[in-house]
Design a protein around this ligand. Structure first.
Ligand code: MN
Ligand code: FE
Length: 331
């Protein structure tokens, strides 16, 4: 038995369940169901078209984040379907992977919806992962990191191959969804707290709530593989992961300064960088690795936003209650 390399696992037989936590993530995902059209964009359209609501700094930040997320969601979906699903044959984990894949499709749809409603040039937004160096660097970093796993001949047998696979999981779940998404989340939610682009802000809150589950599932998956294959987690591999995380933090900070060079009213750009340090430490903790930065959370309101239940949003948009069941909390 094992979550990888288990010749005894029949992917078609979900009962009896071996990993109840995987099933719980599936149920939490279902409880959080939403689609972008449920969020009104009317006020955002007015603010976007008006000449005196948004500063140039704010417009840049919005465009950069739409540009980054519009393609990052597809990259993540591709990794799940083309790499992770292949090697995780455990049926309850696959059930969650299918749910996660669908959520990534909803997230991609959110950026189609945003482009449509705001009248943005889709070519510009969906090409920013090639044209904006600080976005290109982040995407290239995870794609390079996970390249070997996409080889059709790749198998997860033996220490080195398992390490390769875990490196892929860390690349997408911890670095892409867990670090590279968070400066953008903080920026868009900071903007919403100032009453600007609250529709997009709410979409980002929904996405962040989904991502916090993706991240938590990914960490449980990685930790299960570690427990079942303890030989992979040697000092050299732990050092390698720490190095990758610190490189990704540097890229995320570069992105944050590029997207928001002058900061936002009341938030200087260094604070976004500090938030990236804080987030990276939380991810390392979750993997059982030592913290690198040891900084306090500069945005305590971000943890509250992750644990979002929609009723507290009623005064900003409309009364909605999407939360139909329990959700896991994860910052
Ligand atoms: Mn996503
Ligand atoms: Fe995700």
């Amino acid at each position: 038995m094992g979550i990888i390399n288990s010749s005894k696992t029949d992917p078609n037989k979900i009962l009896p369940i071996t990993y109840p936590w995987a099933r719980e993530y599936y149920k939490s995902g279902i409880a959080n169901n939403w689609v972008p059209e449920e969020v009104s964009m009317q006020k955002d359209v007015e603010q976007w078209k008006s000449r005196d609501v948004l500063s140039d700094t704010e417009r840049r930040l919005i465009l950069w984040n739409l540009g980054f997320f519009s393609t990052a969601e597809s990259l993540t979906a591709n990794n799940i379907v083309l790499a992770v699903y292949n090697h995780i044959t455990n049926p309850e984990s696959r059930q969650y992977l299918l749910r996660q894949g669908f959520e990534e499709a909803i997230h991609t749809d959110t950026f189609i919806y945003c482009c449509d409603t705001l009248g943005l040039d889709p070519d510009e937004i969906f090409n920013m992962y090639k044209t904006i160096p600080s976005i290109d660097e982040k995407d290239t970093f995870v794609v390079e990191l996970t390249k070997s796993v996409f080889d059709p001949a790749f198998v997860t047998d033996g220490k080195e191959n398992i390490q390769r696979f875990v490196r892929d999981l860390i690349g997408f779940y911890v670095i892409m969804e867990g670090i590279f998404f968070y400066a953008g989340f903080a920026m868009m939610l900071a903007l919403k707290r100032r009453g600007k682009m609250i529709g997009i802000g709410e979409q980002f809150e929904f996405i962040m709530r989904d991502e916090s589950l993706h991240l938590a599932f990914g960490c449980d998956l990685i930790n299960t593989i570690k427990t079942e294959n303890p030989e992979i987690w040697d000092q050299a591999f732990r050092d390698e992961i720490l190095e990758l995380v610190s490189q990704s933090v540097a890229l995320e900070k570069r992105y944050a300064y590029d997207a928001c060079p002058e900061g936002l009213l009341g938030i200087n750009p260094d604070k976004f960088a500090l938030y990236v340090d804080h987030v990276a430490d939380r991810r390392l903790e979750r993997l059982g690795l030592p913290k690198i930065f040891g900084v306090d959370n500069p945005f305590p309101w971000m943890s509250q936003a992750t644990d979002l239940s929609k009723e507290k949003n009623f005064f900003e948009t409309r009364v909605t209650e999407y939360q139909t069941g329990g959700a896991l909390t994860w910052d």
